[in-house]
Design a protein around this ligand. Structure first.
Ligand code: NAG
Length: 374
């Protein structure tokens, strides 16, 4: 069956976030707000604490590996962006972003031709680098750890290491073709150890970031994958997760799906009722499960995207994301301004989306880290 075959779609990147160190960094936020004409926000005189859950890094050794393999030409605009902490922090200051949670982007840790073992090693190196960033830029940079699928067991072990030892985050990088199949299927079906392992993460209330990737069959389409395919990838991930009852079975896991979960909010009712026709279960239960997801605003803050996202998920499930440095700075600034403009008169929603919802998603972890710093 189609859905089962593709279970979670092509390669997405699932990232479990766990660590959180809060910070006190002075930001030129009021200036920023004034620039955007957000007088009401500026007038509150509160320090704005934008938290960006959709931000990428490319550790130098990772970039070099991509380059060596000729993959540095594979980015959205035919080149992988270079990344360094200094430029990232400067950009964060400009946008009033206090904290960014980093992860690597497509193609993830499992590179073409690499064995699972090699991929696992690369993911661990990336995670160690993330830890170093988190320690160096305490509270400003955090990371979602990268994990490699279909090595479910290895992934979850690494997730636990990242959680416990690196005090950080965890992530799952599926391979383009067979990635998430395993995570989702085995949690639902017989799949030996993985339900138990998922339960480990569930019991920790881990946060999973699902990042899109190219679809399994790249048909050499003229239109580059990030333009349309990425949106289908996360939409299908959401449908697959609820169809397999994963969100209900592991209710403590929190899911953030990138880029407004593609077009899931727009198509949510249709997906719910179509799943109902296929499975015989109620559409309401699917809608309820779909509404558990959190989505981010990365390159999804247009005047047509925000209304449907908010209509389906409410502002409580929307989280600020930038997609730095894959989205050009100019695009991020435009998108952020669109979000701010859209929310201009809704100060409360502004705070929800820009930082409050994240605080809730990360729950006690976030609050514990905060306490430690004070
Ligand atoms: C989904 O999981 C929940 C919680 O474990 C359970 O109550 C429910 O019966 C499951 N639904 C299906 C269709 O398996």
């Amino acid at each position: 069956m189609y859905t089962i075959r593709y279970i979670l779609g092509a390669a997405l990147i699932i990232i479990l976030a766990v660590v959180w160190n809060y910070i006190t960094t002075s930001l030129s936020v009021r200036t920023f707000s004034r620039e955007l004409g957000l007088k009401n926000i500026a007038a509150t005189k509160t320090i704005v604490q934008k938290i960006d859950t959709h931000a990428h890094f490319l550790p130098p050794f990772y970039y070099d590996t991509l380059k060596r393999m000729g993959l540095d030409k594979e980015g959205p605009l035919n080149s992988m962006p270079k990344w360094n902490a200094k430029d990232h922090l400067a950009f964060m200051d400009k946008l009033g972003i206090e904290t960014a949670i980093l992860c690597i982007s497509s193609p993830g840790a499992r590179l073409p031709g690499h064995t699972l073992q090699e991929a696992g090693t690369l993911a661990r190196e990336v995670n160690n680098f993330g830890h170093m960033m988190a320690v160096t830029y305490l509270g400003r940079l955090q990371f979602f750890a990268s994990l490699v699928l279909p090595d479910v067991e290895g992934s979850i072990d690494e997730a636990i290491r990242a959680l416990d030892t690196l005090e950080a985050a965890e992530g799952i990088h599926p391979t383009p073709k067979r990635g998430h199949k395993y995570v989702v299927r085995q949690t639902r079906k017989s799949g030996s150890l993985s339900p138990k392992k998922m339960e480990v993460l569930n019991s920790r209330g881990a946060t999973i970031f699902v990042h899109p990737h190219s679809l399994p069959d790249t048909l050499n389409l003229e239109v580059p994958p990030f333009i349309v395919d990425f949106l289908l990838d996360t939409t299908r991930a959401a449908a697959t997760l609820v169809m397999n009852n994963v969100t209900a079975r592991f209710p403590n896991l929190k899911w953030i799906l990138g880029h407004s979960c593609g077009f899931m909010p727009f198509a949510g009712y249709r997906i719910g009722s179509a799943l109902s026709l296929v499975t015989g279960e109620s559409a309401e239960s699917f809608l309820r499960e779909l509404r558990r997801f959190y989505v981010d605003t990365a390159v999804s803050s247009s005047p047509s995207a925000l209304p449907s996202t908010i209509a389906f998920l409410t502002t409580e499930h929307l989280i600020f994301g930038s997609d730095y440095p894959f989205a050009p700075n100019m695009v991020i600034e435009r998108e952020t301004a669109q979000l701010d403009t859209f929310l201009k008169l809704e100060l409360d929603s502004w705070h929800q989306i820009n930082h409050r919802n994240v605080a809730r998603v990360f729950g006690s972890r976030l609050n514990n880290r905060r306490k430690k710093l004070r």
